[in-house]
Ligand binder design. Structure first.
Ligand SMILES: *[C@@H]1O[C@H](CO)[C@@H](O)[C@H](O)[C@H]1NC(C)=O
Ligand SMILES: *[C@@H]1O[C@H](CO)[C@@H](O)[C@H](O)[C@H]1NC(C)=O
Ligand SMILES: *[C@@H]1O[C@H](CO)[C@@H](O)[C@H](O)[C@H]1NC(C)=O
Ligand SMILES: CC(=O)N[C@H]1CO[C@H](CO)[C@@H](O)[C@@H]1O
Length: 435
């Protein structure tokens, strides 16, 4: 009860937790925002969430979770059948998103009237303009819908656990949203990503390996569903569960055989890290825990080893046009793989895994904290680091001089104790303060 869980693994941490608790009682509840801005991928530990009794220190964070659950629900349910242009298959149940940096050049097309978007997408040539997102991409809302769906499932599952009743509006929302997106005969999605981040024009019409990342929200969905299973929520029925498992098995089969998915699985940068997030999360949904363990463990024994320099920097992300964003994105993927591995195998020690250069996840985060988001004009996305800092602080503990808590305190306008991460970023695998 009244868990100063935040720095619980370190005995010296209680000292640093004290000023934190004083701050908690004063902080206002943060307004509902789009959680996706801050949480690229995540897998709050379902065992920790459902087993713990969170005291009044967490009232601010709990209030934000409920606010975010309500906010996300207000946009749903979502369906791939809503989009105004159907995928090249002609099947309205196929997911589709468009490559972000491609722009139409219709000089090859002899038209007398203005082309429809569907005709433009088939007939015109498309040219690549690096870093310039074509706003037409946002006309097809499948990717944004899936992001919102995954946040809605996670935050409504958390809110349902907080309600602590066999049935609630929140768990009913989860059931309704999963059914509409995946299972309903009229609105459900086919289990493939053949048209994800598709190039358009006569040379296009097929998805790219980068599009596999579109469904990274499965890590959040998987976490939420395990919470409903563990808390034996009556709205998550065995019928719904088995239909969703069947869908995910078919989608896993597609991932196993698609060349785009295999290319994503073998990418050495964030695509490879986050492919494992998605794949292992799906394996947990289909109750193949051994495979989730195998994949996340392999991540730390292989890809992770080569992703980080001895300084703690991530060379494949630091060279990008938005290095602060990409470094954060990949760290969030590392943290998510560690959480999934700890959940699948409580005896594993992913937080102790080191790269060839001797860095663990903490060292990667520490390096990132030392970089300046202004260096490449990214001061508008500094919030991306906060959940990563909270996750690392909760697992490794703070330094005696409170490096992490001071970093968060100096974050402009961020009331971290009212942030859902303050509640969710659990210590994993038998922390001492779960009683
Ligand atoms: C997704 O959620 C954001 C708010 O968080 C909202 O502005 C946007 O319209 C939503 N989009 C869809 C497709 O639900
Ligand atoms: C373990 O994971 C690797 C890829 O990381 C895969 O090639 C292998 O088939 C997996 N084995 C099992 C038993 O899941
Ligand atoms: C790393 O391993 C040691 C020894 O097994 C353990 O005491 C420590 O808690 C581990 N650290 C983390 C962050 O898991
Ligand atoms: C999409 C579209 O309208 N494409 C072209 C049709 O033809 C005129 C000229 O006749 C172009 O200006 C358009 O870009």
């Amino acid at each position: 009860m009244n868990n100063p869980r935040f720095f619980s693994h370190s005995r010296t941490s209680l000292r640093t937790a004290l000023p934190l608790l004083a701050l908690l009682s004063l902080a206002p509840t943060v307004p509902a925002t789009n959680p996706f801005v801050q949480y690229a991928v995540d897998f709050p530990d379902p065992k920790y969430i459902t087993a713990s009794k969170f005291g009044s220190d967490f009232n601010g964070a709990k209030g934000s979770i409920v606010a975010w659950a309500n906010e996300m629900s207000s946009h749903g349910p979502w369906s791939v059948t809503n989009k105004p242009v159907v995928a090249p298959s002609g099947d309205k149940h196929d997911y589709m998103s468009w490559a972000p940096y491609q722009w139409a050049d219709c000089s090859n097309v002899k038209n007398t009237t203005e082309l429809s978007l569907a005709d433009e997408s088939k007939q015109c040539k498309f040219v690549y303009r690096d870093g310039q997102v074509n706003p037409e991409r946002f006309i097809i809302q499948d990717f944004q819908s899936f992001f919102n769906l995954s946040d809605a499932v996670l935050f409504n599952s958390l809110a349902a656990v907080l309600e602590n009743k066999p049935s609630s509006t929140y768990s009913q929302n989860v059931a309704k949203f999963i059914n509409a997106w995946f299972l309903d005969a009229n609105t459900g999605m086919n289990p493939n990503l053949k048209y994800a981040q598709m190039g358009r024009g006569p040379d296009g019409q097929l998805g790219a390996y980068t599009g596999i990342l579109d469904l990274r929200g499965f890590a959040k969905i998987s976490s939420g569903i395990q919470m409903l299973r563990l808390s034996k929520n009556a709205d998550w029925t065995t019928d719904l569960d088995s239909k969703f498992v069947d869908w995910c098995k078919k989608y896993i089969d597609w991932l196993d055989t698609s060349s785009n998915a295999q290319q994503a699985a073998h990418a050495t940068n964030n695509h490879g890290t986050i492919f494992v997030n998605q794949y292992a999360a799906l394996k947990l949904i289909v109750k193949d825990t051994a495979s989730a363990q195998n994949w996340t463990n392999n991540y730390f024994d292989r890809l992770f080893k080569t992703q980080v320099a001895s300084s703690g920097d991530q060379p494949e992300e630091s060279g990008r046009t938005h290095p602060y964003h990409y470094r954060n994105f990949n760290v969030a993927g590392m943290i998510t793989n560690a959480r999934i591995l700890s959940y699948a195998d409580p005896s594993s020690k992913p937080w102790n895994k080191t790269t060839d250069g001797g860095a663990n996840i903490q060292k990667v985060l520490d390096f990132l904290m030392s970089t300046d988001p202004n260096a490449k004009g990214e001061s508008d996305i500094t919030a991306e680091i906060y959940p990563n800092v909270m996750a690392v602080a909760s697992v490794y503990g703070d330094s005696p001089d409170g490096k992490y808590v001071n970093f968060l305190k100096s974050a402009n306008g961020f009331a971290y104790a009212d942030d859902p991460a303050f509640f969710m970023e659990s210590t994993v695998g038998g922390s001492e303060d779960q009683s």
